[in-house]
Write a protein that binds this ligand. Structure first.
Ligand code: GDP
Ligand code: MG
Length: 598
């Protein structure tokens, strides 16, 4: 049977351990193409993109390989995103597989994302093939890493395949083990259709292109399909696989991994993890594991130039076409005017979107400090969800506030255990566990409020461990905390965009820090500007921005002209990012400054 010769797998690794390099080596050996030809094919594919209007995203390639047993096997190599923000997408891509190649760097050993990925693979019952890569490095310690794989992950050390993706060592053994160890897909081609969506993207010509793995049944062009999450129905226009060229097929059946085009207009209608079934003969049960992705981090995005407001909305609408986890709604800030409250999966997701708006759409943004979603219970019993600190109700009406917690795992060499624990404590972390990975490295587990991770955690972790720590986290739920809203006043006026939620114990320190910081960030004005941090009516910290003494240009009079022009340009550049708040000119950095501790 053809299905017995299908192998569906992913490559999982901590960043830089060699995933892309190994994928290239496997492609060379299996597509009967050299890398050169592969690139040419990709160029052809791009021509094709122009002719037929189909976007290529290489996250599921079909490869063929003739094994030592003389049989020809069909591989589907499924790519996974590489960041903690996208853990759900990773888990769905893995759910499309029966196995995973786990790469561990022979010099670095197991890192935080190695473990995070292993957990996701185990959740999906995947056969894991451990590979110790970069054995060519002078610092490689394959035996130590082998032991780590055995002790920490629980896979037999002797199963590890030593390899150098760079030098092409171990590649044949890896590919043979894909054939031998990873099970062929199971399922009934006659059963009602169950196709799992593991990715989708918006193509301007063809609409949404859905990446699917067929778990049960068979699907053909012209058939009516149904998205089980929202019940919407579409007609299949085209099916196919990427070789890497998009190659149309007249059916996709059990075990197949490929693409589907069905005149779907927005990615929101083809959500990752959802099950596609036939409209005429639907399956009673969707596949397990689907969940709607909810943003965890929110911030306000405001155009620096108010004329860019409509442009900003169009930019967000365009980005949303391809990103169903991006959320936004119009909001007005007294300080910043018209803008949008946007929700993201995490900080990286937020940064990506901000950068794309600025680069691709050429709109300068003022970004407010990111916030998590707080659960608020009022004294009258009302429950609220607050993602914008300025909307936190008055303290007198609040009974209690809950905040999201994450389980954070940090892996570090021994000598940094002290600084890491100190940091986690400072971030209000609850100690959970500490384990030695080997005699030199430790895995430290804390439950920490997500808001503390958003607030400066990465940077402090990096600097206090000289970059040796790796870090990963997952949301574990909500917990009550003693939180208060802190307002910032400039010239006596409350600036809503600068409000934050803080723990009562650190409110005083934070207030003092922010007042000092704003004093240094906000340029002197024509008049003296008091800066105050307050909780309710009580001012907890203050500073003063002194009045400007004389015109900056005055000292250039009579001086050389080019210097003067430079100064003017510099001022203009600075202006671009200024927002007039009340009658105080406030630079972009000020809105983020409430976050960082440096
Ligand atoms: P990814 O982030 O997991 O996709 O890692 P890459 O494949 O991009 O590799 C990260 C870096 O490690 C690159 O500079 C590669 O050239 C290098 N690299 C990958 N495999 C090997 C190997 O086997 N030996 C050595 N010395 N370097 C490697
Ligand atoms: Mg890579």
């Amino acid at each position: 049977k053809r299905r017995d010769r299908i192998r569906n797998f992913s490559i999982i690794a901590h960043i830089d351990h060699g995933k892309s390099t190994l994928a290239d080596r496997i492609l060379e050996k299996t597509s009967a193409l050299t890398q050169r030809e592969m690139q040419d094919q990709m160029l052809d594919a791009m021509d094709l993109e122009r002719e037929r209007g189909i976007t290529i995203k290489l996250n599921a390639v079909q490869l063929t390989y003739t094994a030592k047993d003389g049989e020809e096997y069909i591989f589907h190599l499924i790519d996974t995103p590489g960041h903690v923000d996208f853990a759900y997408e990773v888990s769905r891509s893995l759910a499309a597989c029966e196995g995973a190649l786990l790469i561990v760097d022979a010099a670095q050993g197991i890192e935080a994302q190695t473990l995070a990925n292993v957990y996701l693979a185990l959740d999906n019952d995947l056969e894991i093939i451990p590979i110790i890569n970069k054995i060519d490095l002078p610092g490689a310690e394959p035996d130590r890493v082998r032991q780590e794989v055995e002790d920490v992950i629980g896979l037999p050390g002797e199963d590890c395949i030593p390899a150098s993706a760079k030098d092409g060592v171990g590649i044949d053994e890896i590919i043979e083990s894909i054939v031998e160890k990873i099970p062929a897909p199971q399922g009934d081609p006659e059963a009602p259709l169950k196709a799992m969506i593991f990715d989708s993207l918006y193509d301007p010509y063809r609409g949404v292109i859905v990446y699917v793995r067929i778990m049960e049944g068979t699907v053909k062009p012209k058939q009516k399909i149904r998205m089980m999450a929202n019940g919407k129905e579409f007609e299949v226009a085209e099916l196919g696989v990427f070789t890497p060229k998009p190659t149309p097929k007249d059916e996709l059946t059990v075990g197949d991994v490929g693409f589907m085009i069905a005149n779907i207009k927005q990615v929101g209608d083809s959500q990752v993890g959802d099950t596609i079934t036939h409209a005429a003969k639907p399956t009673p049960e969707p596949l397990p594991g689907y969940r709607k992705l909810n943003p965890m981090v929110f911030c306000g995005l405001y155009p620096v130039d108010t004329n860019d407001y409509n442009g900003l909305r169009e930019a967000l609408e365009k980005l949303e076409l391809n990103d169903s986890s991006l959320q936004f709604e119009a909001e007005t800030s007294q300080a910043l005017g018209f803008g949008f409250r946007c929700g993201f999966l995490g900080l990286l997701h937020m940064e990506i979107i901000q950068e794309r708006i600025e680069r691709e759409f050429n709109i300068d943004l003022i970004t407010t400090a990111p916030s998590v979603i707080y659960g608020v219970t009022l004294t009258d019993g009302t429950e609220l969800e607050i993602d914008n600190p300025s909307e936190m109700p008055d303290a007198q009406t609040v009974d209690h506030i809950r905040e999201p917690y994450v389980k954070a795992e940090v892996m570090v060499p021994n000598e940094y255990v002290g600084p890491v624990m100190e940091l986690c404590q400072k971030k209000r972390g609850d100690y959970v566990d500490m384990k030695y990975l080997d005699e030199n490295r430790v895995n430290i587990v804390y439950n920490i409020p997500l808001s503390e991770i958003v607030y400066d955690f990465f940077d402090t972790l990096k600097s206090s461990t000289k970059g040796y720590a790796s870090f990963d986290y997952e949301l574990i739920g909500y917990k009550e905390s003693n939180l208060v809203k802190m307002d910032i006043l400039l010239n006596g006026e409350k600036i809503d965009a600068l409000s934050i939620i803080v723990h009562r114990d650190s409110a005083y320190d934070r207030g003092k820090h922010i007042a000092e910081k704003l004093k240094n960030l906000i340029p002197r004005q024509q008049f003296e500007v008091p800066v105050q941090a307050s909780i309710g009516q009580k001012v907890v910290a203050r500073s003063t921005i002194k009045a400007m003494r004389k015109n900056v240009l005055a000292k250039c009079y009579g001086g050389d002209v080019s210097r003067k022009r430079k100064l003017l340009e510099k001022q203009k550049e600075g202006k671009k990012r200024m927002k007039s708040v009340g009658n105080v000119e406030v630079p972009q950095e000020a809105f983020m400054s409430v976050l960082s501790m440096d």
